[in-house]
Design a binder for this molecule. Structure first.
Ligand SMILES: C[S@@+](CC[C@H](N)C(=O)[O-])C[C@H]1O[C@@H](n2cnc3c(N)ncnc32)[C@H](O)[C@@H]1O
Length: 384
């Protein structure tokens, strides 16, 4: 172990360091599969950035060098049985066997160049900085993302990555109709159009629905200027959207019950994919009886709020499953970039199974009874 750590320090001092991978996780590390470590220079100081790869999420944390070395010490041999250090001079592999005995190997370098160590390096983003729409929407200026919009830019790219993965499961790819409910300033709507039109060399049909007319006016003008004639925005309440041709439904950060309305519209239109990132959870918070079984730990407002979030989104996921969707709930971006980072994605199964539906609806009923909830808004919408 000491040799491995010394090799890391030497490679950093000499600027040979490329990356470290901690792999072969022990059963104790649950769904954490591996950790990638790269160098980042923050405010002129060397840091190591750890990307923790879980089964369905990635979490990034940056540590000062000393702390990072301590972490590697702590994880290796306990949580991970193999550490691989790549440098431009040599590759070093440290392995632990089941009895925790070590073996270290030095190999010829597999990488010849040191990667960029700047914090915000462009990591092969699917939406490149110099896309014209980013300038038009005020996220970039002259092809460079503004400092104040770096988080938004990262978020947009993460969404596109997720959506790209889901779209591979869509059967309708020609004339794909995508509805973005609560499109706001249209950041994601434009990004999706940019991405799909470049990737598939066909113009997708995307409509943003947004309450605030000045935003739809602004977005329509930018779409027109860009010559994107199958991207449009309508100023209306999503509850009044009644066109049932929806292949993909998106609702990101749509406030409170707007997320429920969007999900219901998607289910009713038989959309192939539904993607939501819920926002505030007022409806259920007001409904939950204060005197429920968790009352002794819910004296703190923040815990009560979290409880409302978990129940609201948990029931949303169950209802989506009941209506024939394969559903996932996960954190889509590190909390350092946004506080609202839960995402629910749903892909339509071929058939809705009546027995499963009955069981899931019963589960929803039980949950509501246990927490003294009269109704979940999505359930009401699905009954109408
Ligand atoms: C927090 S913003 C999110 C914008 C965008 N989806 C994003 O993630 O960047 C939520 C938007 O939803 C809009 N909105 C909320 N309720 C709505 C409704 N019932 N119908 C249409 N738009 C709604 C708001 O006006 C606001 O612009």
């Amino acid at each position: 172990m000491e040799e491995f750590i010394a090799a890391i320090q030497e490679s950093i001092e000499n600027n040979w360091f490329v990356k470290i991978t901690l792999s072969k996780s022990s059963p104790k590390s649950a769904d954490l599969r591996n950790i990638y470590v790269r160098r980042v220079d923050l405010k002129g100081l060397v840091h190591l950035s750890f990307t923790y790869h879980y089964n369905n999420k990635d979490i990034v944390k940056n540590y000062k060098l000393d702390n990072a070395i301590d972490k590697i010490h702590q994880y290796l041999g306990k949580d991970f049985l193999v550490g691989t250090l790549l440098t431009t001079e040599q590759d070093v592999v440290l392995q632990f066997n089941k009895k925790r005995k070590t073996r270290i190997q030095y190999r010829k370098p597999s990488v010849r160049n040191v990667p960029d160590t700047s914090h915000n390096k462009n990591k092969n983003y699917l939406i490149e900085e110099n896309c014209l729409f980013l300038d038009k929407l005020g996220i970039a200026s002259d092809g460079k993302v503004l400092k104040s919009h770096q988080d938004k830019y990262r978020q947009i790219n993460k969404y596109i990555e997720i959506i790209e993965g889901l779209l591979s499961q869509v059967t309708t790819i020609d004339n794909l109709k995508i509805i973005d409910m609560g499109s706001g300033k249209g950041y994601l709507t434009f990004a999706l159009y940019e991405y799909l039109s470049k990737k598939h060399k066909k113009n997708p049909n995307i409509v943003g629905i947004e309450l605030r007319e000045h935003l739809t006016d602004f977005c329509n003008k930018q779409a027109k200027d860009l010559g994107w004639n199958t991207l449009s925005f309508e100023a209306k309440d999503i509850i009044n959207y009644d066109n049932n041709e929806i292949h993909v439904l998106i609702a990101l950060h749509a406030c409170d019950i707007a997320t429920d309305i969007a999900i219901a519209k998607g289910i009713q239109a038989n959309a192939e994919i539904i993607i939501t990132a819920p926002c505030c959870h007022k409806q259920i918070r007001k409904e939950i009886k204060k005197d429920n079984m968790l009352k002794s730990i819910l004296k703190n407002g923040i815990l009560e709020e979290r409880q409302a979030e978990i129940i609201t989104d948990g029931i949303r996921a169950l209802l989506l499953e009941a209506y024939g969707y394969k559903t996932k709930v996960f954190e889509f971006i590190s909390l350092e970039h946004t506080a609202k980072n839960l995402m629910i994605t749903a892909v339509k199964n071929k058939n809705t199974d009546a027995v499963i539906q009955k069981r899931l609806l019963k589960e929803v009923q039980n949950l509501k009874e246990r927490f003294g909830i009269g109704e979940h808004y999505l359930e009401r919408l699905l009954k109408t």
